[in-house]
Design a protein around this ligand. Structure first.
Ligand SMILES: N[C@@H](CCC(=O)N[C@@H](CS)C(=O)NCC(=O)O)C(=O)O
Length: 187
């Protein structure tokens, strides 16, 4: 919405804000997770479905290609991010960021980091041939990857060098929307 200048009101919940299990929120999203979009009486959850909906509704000439192959090539990465990359990132988030140091399970942390590195190498190879994950221009797949890459690149861990991913990340940090929406406190 920020990328497309669509007016919206953001309500922070989850993490330190809590309230995910409030009956009022569970009625909107029974999964007790964020994000969740409300537009009039229409409720939508699943982050990448929300991205697709907003892009299709407001970004037809920019974020939502009408060419089916072009769009599918972007959606492939959105699904890949959600199905493959998100689970080990979430495991890492819970076992490292949200667990006090003296209670951390090193095996679990190593397991998730190994999987994340394997997957990000695939992204790094892809970005050696194209400017953005969505292709030659910024798009929906970059929006899907952005918060996960931000997290991995900004926690205190040892990381292998992934130069193409880092180049892509630098490009994103030049976007005011990325600064405002993604570069926030990790908790
Ligand atoms: N597949 C869901 C996953 C949603 C999800 O797991 N969200 C996390 C944050 S990324 C959450 O709400 N965690 C609870 C919390 O942060 O307190 C989506 O993409 O929307």
């Amino acid at each position: 919405m920020e990328e497309l200048n669509v007016p919206y009101r953001q309500i922070d919940i989850g993490g330190k804000f809590g309230r995910l299990n409030d009956p009022e929120y569970l009625r909107m999203n029974p999964n007790a997770v964020i994000p969740c979009l409300q537009e009039d009486d229409f409720i939508l959850w699943e982050s990448n479905t929300i991205i697709r909906y907003i892009a299709a509704k407001f970004g037809k000439d920019s974020l939502y290609p009408s060419d089916l192959r072009e769009r599918a090539s972007i959606e492939k990465w959105m699904d890949w991010v959600g199905c493959n990359l998100f689970p080990p990132i979430k495991q890492f988030m819970i076992s490292f960021i949200r667990t006090p140091e003296d209670q951390r399970d090193p095996k679990m942390i190593t397991q998730s980091l190994t999987e994340i590195e394997k997957l990000l190498k695939i992204i790094d190879d892809t970005l050696s041939n194209q400017q953005y994950l969505s292709g030659n221009t910024f798009g929906m797949a970059d929006i899907a990857l952005a918060p996960l890459a931000y997290l991995w690149l900004n926690v205190e861990i040892e990381r292998p060098s992934l130069p193409n991913l880092e180049r892509w990340y630098q490009l994103l940090t030049e976007r005011p929307t990325f600064k405002k929406i993604v570069m926030i406190e990790i908790n």
